[in-house]
Design a protein around this ligand. Structure first.
Ligand code: SF4
Ligand code: SF4
Length: 194
């Protein structure tokens, strides 16, 4: 009987001490620590109940979550689409008739982007697209809880041109090419006469 009572007491104490440990740890700081911080791997300690969405569990800085494209900094080089192992990046480019500005890192922009879609339903979160981008405009954000009503809504669209604007740029390019071709032919005819 004494042995049974002792066993019951020990078991109850074990359970209670675990509860107390979590109770006091729950006061732990929940701010996100950088990967260089000595307590980086302990940062989930102390979280008992997360008052989501007011509170969220800290995510690692180097984590791979939803992709974002800062389209104004994109030079439409297509490297991200080419390296993507699952072909979930779909980019359309239209050559501009002249330089159209610079990205925030000073790269000259010469192409318009009427289409820049990333299908996050297919994405395998490898992060390769973010490593090849020369202007670092495609990044993995810390957003992990975006939910959608339909799977097609996971095809994120980053282009900021309307179809009418895209059509106008296509026509301007065609006209420039036609003018250049006509000028070349005229120069050839002139050479043949001389
Ligand atoms: S993270 Fe990987 S799979 Fe996803 S879009 Fe980038 S390259 Fe493609
Ligand atoms: S690699 Fe970067 S700059 Fe090139 S198309 Fe992709 S997002 Fe744009």
């Amino acid at each position: 009987m004494i042995k049974g009572a002792l066993n019951g007491f020990t078991t109850a104490w074990k359970g209670l001490s675990l509860t107390l440990k979590h109770f006091f740890n729950a006061k732990a700081d929940k701010t996100i620590k950088s990967v260089e911080h000595s307590g980086y791997f302990d940062q989930a300690e102390g979280i008992v109940t997360v008052q989501y969405p007011k509170e969220t569990i800290p995510v690692p800085e180097v984590g791979r979550y939803q992709l974002h494209v800062e389209i104004n900094d994109c030079i439409v080089c297509d490297l991200c689409a080419k390296i993507c192992p699952v072909n979930c990046i779909d980019i359309e480019a239209i050559k501009a008739t002249e330089a159209i500005g610079k990205t925030s890192d000073g790269s000259v922009k010469r192409l318009y982007t009427p289409k820049f879609d990333i299908d996050m339903a297919k994405c395998m979160y490898c992060g390769l697209c973010t490593t090849v981008c020369p202007t670092e405009c495609i990044t993995m954000t810390s957003e992990y809880d975006r939910s959608v009503a339909h799977i097609s809504d996971l095809n994120y669209k980053f282009a900021n041109m309307t179809e009418a604007e895209a059509e106008e740029k296509r026509q301007a390019l065609e006209q420039q090419l036609a003018e250049r071709q006509a000028a070349k032919l005229a120069a050839l005819k002139q050479d043949n006469k001389e």
